[in-house]
Design a protein around this ligand. Structure first.
Ligand SMILES: Nc1ncnc2c1ncn2[C@@H]1O[C@H](COP(=O)(O)OP(=O)(O)OP(=O)(O)O)[C@@H](O)[C@H]1O
Length: 406
C-alpha cells in the first residue's frame, strides 16, 4: 500500500473520523466513548474496549474531558485511537497530520494538543485546522456561515475569507444527543411501555444486568436505540408541526422494529425530535441528559440570524447566501428547506428581499464535512509550506501553532 500524503483526523465527542488526505471519506469512524478494564484513569496497561454492546462491566470514558478538550489523562486512549484509526503505529508515521479541531479551541489547548501530537505521538509535521473553515472548503467556499449540528451541541460559526469570526460564534446544546433522547421517548410512547435496549432484552435477569452495568450505560444504550430509529425514520417537518393538523393525519407510518422484536408504527411522531432544533421546548430531562447541558438552548434560526447580525454589515448578505450544514445531527431529511424558511421568516422582517441559501452536501459528505475539508486542504500540492515541521516545533515551541495555524 502506498503511504498517504498526510493523515487527517477529526476527533469529536461522539465520533472520531480518521483517514488519509485526498480520500473522499475517512478510513475509520470510531465512537469516542469507550470502556476500560479498570475503573480508575485509563493507563497503558488497561484494555480499551469500543464494542460497548459487549461490555459486561462497563467503565465508560470519553476521549474528551467535559469541556471537550484532550488532556493528559486520556493520552493512552488517544494513542490507541490514532493507531487503530490510521493503521500506522507511532514508529511508522512518516507523514504530517492535519488535525481538525473545534473552532472554539483556545490557544492554550491548541498548544497542549500540539505537544501531545508531536511529543507523545511522534508525528513529523502538523497543521491545526478550524472545523468551520474546513466545512466551508468541503463545499468549495471560503466565506459562509457554518451550522455544525454534532452530537453534543449545535455551533453556528461565521467564516469570512477563511477566517473564523470568533465574536459571532454561537452555540446551543440542542443537537444529535438531545434529539436521540427525544426519539427514545417517542418509541416508549408508541410501545406503551419502556422500549428496552438490546442488552436488556437478551438478558436472563434484566433488572440484575441493568444494575450491574449501571445507569450511565443504560442511558447511553437507550440513546443509541433512539438514534437508530431517528436515523431511519426521523424527519423535519416542512414548516411547523401541528399534530392536530388534518394533513398530518394522512402521513403513511413507517415501521421500526424494537430490539425485542415488536414493531411500532411511526407516523407524525417522526417529526417531534427535529422540532427541538427549531425552538420547541426541551424537557428538563432531555436537557440534563444532554452532554452540553451547561449551554442554553436557542432555536437554530435565531442562532443563525444573531450570528449574522454580530458580523460587519457588509459581510451579512454573503453569509446569508451561504449557510452551510455540517455534522452528523444535520443528516436528517427536510432540514435544508426548513432552515431556509425559518431564517427567511426572521430576516425578511428586518431586510425584505435578502436571499437565504442553505447548502447541504449529500450524506455522508455532510456528516464529515470538516474532515473532508481537511482532506482536501492537506492534499493540495501548494499546501507544503504550511505544515509545522517537528524541527520548527523544536526550535519555537508549541506557540508556533498560533502563528502558523490561523
Ligand atoms: N444519518 C444520520 N441521521 C441522523 N443523525 C445522524 C446520522 N449520522 C449521525 N447522526 C447523529 O450525529 C451525531 C454525531 O455527530 P458528529 O459525529 O458530527 O458529532 P461529533 O463531532 O463527534 O460531536 P461533538 O462536536 O459534540 O464533539 C449523533 O448524535 C447522531 O445521532
Amino acid at each position: 500500500m502506498a503511504a498517504p500524503p498526510a493523515y487527517v483526523v477529526d476527533l469529536g465527542t461522539s465520533t472520531c473520523s480518521l483517514g488519509y488526505a485526498g480520500d473522499d471519506s475517512p478510513r475509520r469512524y470510531l465512537s469516542s466513548t469507550y470502556s476500560t478494564s479498570s475503573s480508575s484513569t485509563h493507563t497503558k496497561s488497561d484494555t480499551l474496549n469500543r464494542d460497548l454492546e459487549a461490555c459486561k462491566t462497563p467503565n465508560l470514558r470519553n476521549l474528551f474531558s467535559d469541556k471537550g478538550d484532550l488532556d493528559g489523562t486520556r493520552e493512552a486512549a488517544l494513542s490507541e485511537y490514532l493507531e487503530d484509526g490510521l493503521g500506522y503505529s507511532k514508529s511508522q508515521r512518516d507523514k504530517p497530520l492535519m488535525f481538525v479541531e473545534r473552532s472554539s479551541t483556545t490557544d492554550a489547548q491548541r498548544q497542549k494538543n500540539a505537544e501531545i501530537l508531536f511529543e507523545s505521538e511522534g508525528f513529523p509535521g502538523l497543521f491545526m485546522a478550524r472545523d468551520a473553515v474546513m466545512a466551508c472548503y468541503a463545499v468549495g467556499k471560503s466565506t459562509g456561515i457554518v451550522v455544525d449540528i454534532s452530537g453534543s451541541r449545535t455551533t453556528v460559526t461565521p467564516v469570512h475569507e477563511g477566517w473564523v469570526e470568533e465574536k459571532a460564534t454561537l452555540t446551543s446544546p440542542v443537537a444529535g444527543d438531545m434529539m436521540d433522547i427525544k426519539f427514545k421517548e417517542v418509541l416508549d410512547g408508541l410501545n406503551g411501555k419502556e422500549a428496552l435496549p438490546k442488552y436488556l432484552v437478551s438478558a436472563a435477569d434484566p433488572e440484575d444486568v441493568k444494575e450491574t452495568r449501571g445507569g450511565e450505560y443504560y442511558d447511553l444504550m437507550s440513546m443509541i436505540l433512539g438514534r437508530q430509529a431517528r436515523e431511519m425514520v426521523g424527519k423535519i417537518a416542512d414548516f411547523g408541526y401541528d399534530p392536530e393538523d388534518e394533513k398530518n393525519q394522512t402521513i403513511i407510518p413507517q415501521v421500526f422494529k424494537l430490539p425485542d422484536g415488536k414493531e411500532v408504527e411511526i407516523g407524525i411522531e417522526r417529526y417531534e425530535s427535529g422540532e427541538m432544533l427549531f425552538g420547541k421546548d426541551c424537557t428538563e430531562r432531555e436537557l440534563t441528559a444532554a452532554s452540553s447541558s451547561s449551554l442554553s438552548p436557542s432555536p437554530l434560526q435565531n442562532l443563525i440570524c444573531d450570528a449574522v447580525f454580530k458580523c460587519e454589515r457588509d459581510q451579512q448578505a454573503a453569509l446569508l447566501s451561504t449557510v452551510i450544514l455540517s455534522g452528523g445531527g444535520s443528516c436528517v431529511k427536510g432540514i435544508q428547506e426548513r432552515t431556509r424558511l425559518e431564517v427567511e421568516n426572521i430576516i425578511h422582517t428586518h431586510t425584505p428581499g435578502w436571499r437565504v441559501k442553505v447548502l447541504a452536501a449529500a450524506n455522508p459528505e455532510r456528516r464529515i464535512a470538516s474532515w473532508l475539508g481537511g482532506s482536501i486542504l492537506a492534499s493540495l500540492g501548494s499546501f507544503g509550506e504550511n505544515w509545522i515541521t517537528k524541527r520548527e516545533y523544536d526550535e519555537s515551541g508549541s506557540s508556533i501553532v498560533t502563528r502558523k495555524c490561523p
